[in-house]
Ligand binder design. Structure first.
Ligand SMILES: Cc1cc2nc3c(=O)[nH]c(=O)nc-3n(C[C@H](O)[C@H](O)[C@H](O)COP(=O)(O)OP(=O)(O)OC[C@H]3O[C@@H](n4cnc5c(N)ncnc54)[C@H](O)[C@@H]3O)c2cc1C
Length: 434
């Protein structure tokens, strides 16, 4: 009887799920399921980043009776969000580095530091490099992105020590920063921006802004060139306006058809070659490679020919393999962008879907949100926000919800958005690791 009541409550929640707070209060009764001597249902989550940590913690919040194991390769997580600020000299690495103590101690998630290498889908077992095997009833993969090294002649994984990508925060961020610090005043910083789809659509342009800020302050004769495979980019009018206001003449953006498509890289001579036959030399080069779903997801057959993982956009269950969900950057979840905010939003909804499936409850139709702040300067923030809903078949943007910062905003508005960016970062990292 209690179980039926709870089911009804769950189904009544359909369509009402927007914020994590409301989600939590709607699902709390599910906590009483599965008790009474039965073995605990087991969920194994692969990848302790924005999607994986959120999903692990929310499954435990919704249903304490589920045994949740999070397998993450590294003992510390360095956030890509705000790593551009480290390059700009506004933050240090410590301030964007987190450990998993709270994930273990506050919500009772079993955190294992090991690398997932294999899966047995028949037996429902996940295996690691360290020789461990984990049984699961449901598995969730959130392994982020990895790079495709065969897209440009002359650039391979070995070259990242000379030409860093810094598109996974950590040692690569520190390397790129030290190269900028060693660069002479008057040098050219060249960034190669990736083709779609890729992690964090506004990220390359925020990075160019932050590096321009660093150079303007420390090496004002220097230049920033962005060679872009694309014809346009996220928040382009806002970035362009900000660049004109803060760094006049310093940043040059080159579209794909105007010479932005790089065909060959030469790390030894610090040169790039484009489709037009030009040679572009950089004192520092930041090559952001073509991207695909995390290697492990592709290796285990969770990705299709596109290199990304197709999912049921209501539950994030893989359309290729049952009982396995894929969230975050690896998943095909457009129109949601590949962002930390979206990965976290998907983590919450996937947690609800997993709890519903384990308890035999119908999952209500989900809603999602995303806001991406970018800093053009220390006191100059811009943003894009959107709300999404599942329309019965796929995720769609909700018309009239969200939007971009106004083009004609004054200084105080831009300053306020820079503050909101900090507030956003504090609250999402607190939710993940606090
Ligand atoms: C420069 C930059 C700036 C950004 N700024 C923002 C921003 O301001 N706002 C925003 O919302 N987003 C931002 N992003 C995007 C954001 O970082 C990603 O969208 C987000 O991290 C995706 O979350 P995820 O869970 O898919 O992957 P991740 O957060 O990358 O987590 C994946 C985890 O899986 C682990 N892993 C992978 N394979 C295995 C394996 N086989 N075994 C065990 N563990 C494994 C990895 O070690 C990693 O910890 C930015 C990105 C970049 C590059």
């Amino acid at each position: 009887m209690k179980k039926n009541m709870t089911r009804r409550n769950f189904i009544k929640a359909s369509g009402a799920i927007v914020s994590s707070a409301s989600l939590g209060s709607l699902l709390w009764p599910v906590k009483s399921f599965g008790l009474g001597g039965k073995p605990k249902p087991r969920v194994v989550i692969v990848g302790g980043g924005f999607g994986g940590v959120t999903c692990a913690r929310y499954i435990k919040k919704f249903d304490t009776n589920i045994d949740v194991t999070l397998i993450e390769r590294d003992t510390q997580f360095v956030t890509c969000p705000f790593s551009n600020l480290v390059l700009g000299g506004l933050r240090d690495m410590n301030s964007i580095t987190y450990n998993y103590d709270a994930v273990k101690n506050k919500d009772g998630v079993n955190v294992i530091h090991d690398e997932v290498t294999d899966i047995d889908m028949e037996k429902r077992q996940i295996k690691t490099k360290g020789g461990q095997t984990f049984d699961y009833d449901r598995a969730v993969f959130s392994p982020g992105i990895d790079f495709l090294w065969d897209k440009v002649e002359g650039y391979s994984e070995a070259d990242v020590e000379t030409i860093p990508h810094a598109w996974k925060a950590g040692k690569q961020t520190t390397l790129l920063k030290s190269q900028l610090e060693a660069m002479e005043d008057g040098g050219t910083f060249v960034m190669v921006a990736p083709p779609n789809p890729f992690r964090c659509p506004p990220g390359p342009y925020e990075r160019a802004s932050m590096i321009a800020h660093y150079l303007k302050t420390n090496k004002p004769k220097s230049k920033v060139i962005i060679l872009d495979a694309k014809e346009n980019f996220s928040k382009q009018p806002l970035f362009t306006k900000g660049w004109e206001a803060l760094y006049p003449g310093m940043i040059e953006w080159v579209a794909g058809t105007k010479g932005g498509i790089v065909t060959r890289a030469d790390a030894k001579n610090m040169e790039l070659h484009n489709e037009a036959g030009d040679t572009i030399k950089g004192a520092v080069i930041n090559y952001i490679p073509h991207q695909a779903a995390g290697t492990i997801a592709r290796k285990l057959g969770l990705a299709d020919a596109t290199g990304w993982c197709p999912v049921n956009q209501k539950t994030f269950e893989s359309t290729l393999h049952k009982n396995i969900h894929v969230i975050g950057d690896s998943s095909v979840s457009d129109p949601l962008p590949k962002s930390g905010y979206a990965a976290s939003s998907e983590g919450k909804m996937c947690a609800a879907a997993v709890v519903a499936a384990i308890n035999g409850i119908e999952m209500p139709n989900p809603s999602y949100s995303n806001t991406c702040y970018s800093l053009v300067g220390p006191d100059y923030g811009i943003s894009i926000a959107a709300v999404y809903r599942f329309d019965g078949a796929k995720i769609i943007s909700v018309d009239g919800a969200g939007g971009v910062s106004p083009a004609d905003a004054d200084e105080s508005f831009r300053r306020a958005e820079a503050l909101y960016a900090s507030g956003w970062y504090t609250s999402i990292t607190q939710e993940l690791f606090g």
